[in-house]
Design a protein around this ligand. Structure first.
Ligand code: ADP
Ligand code: MG
Length: 343
């Protein structure tokens, strides 16, 4: 049996100290970190970006198939993704948790291992948070802070007619990972003798449980002197995100099925589940890719980056938001999205 230390044996302050004492800050801008009423950060003449996300057990994650270390990692990464989506660089996070006595100190250690792995990978300082008892369910709230060169931030509302619509990485994988894990959970609940069959599905399971934020794309923009005209991250499915870009920029768009990037592993998983890979790419959530628009003049600068696909272009508002299938049909893009309220 693994060791189990009751949280009550440490008390709130002992627990916070235990969870944070070994983390060394890495950012020169961190002036005061964990341990005071508030943290202090200096931004040396840059602009500051702040974003926050709430993750609730049973709504955003299922502990039955989500390892705590992955959950810690992901809860940081999804916030960093929002900072990168502003063309900014994340520097700091705060982490607030609500925990029931179902959790042991060892369980929280695992969660924080994931938190610190993400902090180290992305060069982020954890500078504070809050800790509370929760009656039921694990509650996680992360706030991320980032910096951007003055007026280089990129909003959703500033795309122009004729701009290319681009997306990083590939789409639909996380939704297929979720579909697989939910299916295996159901089989397990009906018959606990049957072990989950996750063989050869590492890619889609990884896309769901251990997403990465696209720092590489933001670095690529910087190196190649590219500033997208509009940008956001892909958390709800590309069809929902592209509608946000269009609505907020007052434009329409043309998107092309043949241009949508879908990994081979996702395609074969989709076929196995009897799903259409294109529908998964359009409506699946949690890919944490970036969708952005570029001036056509910048096209040559991105052709060499295999992580970027051009999937369409912006049109006049009157032309609507259109999806062109491989078979030559045209549909209005629907605001499907991945909606936790319908799940
Ligand atoms: P306050 O009473 O002002 O809310 P706390 O006693 O809750 O302060 O927190 C003490 C210090 O520990 C603060 O710097 C706070 O930001 C930090 N902290 C609290 N909980 C966490 C946590 N779960 N992870 C990281 N830092 C935390
Ligand atoms: Mg507190």
């Amino acid at each position: 049996m693994t060791e189990r230390t009751e949280i009550a044996s440490l008390g709130e302050f002992g627990l916070i100290d235990h969870l944070t004492k070994n983390f060394e800050t890495q950012q020169a801008s961190t002036i005061v970190s964990v341990g005071d009423d508030a943290a202090v950060i200096d931004h040396f003449g840059k602009q500051t970006v702040i974003t926050t996300d709430l993750l609730l057990e049973g709504v955003h994650f299922d502990l039955m198939y989500t390892p705590l270390k992955h959950l810690g990692y992901k809860s940081v990464v999804v916030n960093l993704s929002d900072v990168y989506a502003m063309n900014a660089t994340p520097t700091h996070i705060t982490m607030s948790i609500g925990i029931s006595n179902r959790f042991s100190v060892e369980a929280l250690n695992e969660f924080y291992e994931g938190v610190y792995a993400a902090c180290n990978k992305y060069n982020i300082d954890l500078i504070g948070g809050d800790t509370s008892a929760s009656q039921k369910g694990f509650v996680i709230s992360v706030t991320a802070i980032g910096e951007v060169t003055p007026n280089r931030f990129v909003k959703r509302s500033t795309a122009a007619k004729g701009d290319l619509i681009c997306v990083s990485g590939d789409l639909g994988g996380a939704f297929l990972g979720l579909t697989l894990l939910e299916r295996e959970k159901k089989i397990y609940l009906e018959n606990p003798q049957i072990q989950p069959d996750l063989e050869n599905e590492d890619y889609i399971v990884g896309r769901l449980l251990k997403p990465e934020a696209r720092r590489d794309i933001i670095d690529f923009f910087e190196k190649n002197n590219i500033v997208p005209t509009a940008m956001m991250d892909v958390s709800d499915g590309i069809s929902s995100e592209v509608l946000h870009l269009c609505k907020q920029s007052n434009l329409g768009c043309n998107l092309y099925e043949e241009k949508l990037p879908v990994a081979e592993a996702s395609k074969s998983a989709a076929f196995k589940f009897g799903l259409d890979p294109t529908v998964c790419a359009l409506n699946g959530g949690e890919d944490y890719e970036l969708i952005f628009t570029l001036k056509q003049d910048d096209y040559d600068k991105i052709t060499l980056n295999e992580e970027i696909s051009v999937i369409g272009y912006m049109t006049d508002l009157e032309e609507g938001c259109k999806f062109h299938t491989k078979g030559g049909n045209t549909f209005d893009i629907a605001a499907q999205g991945w909606n936790a309220f319908n799940a």
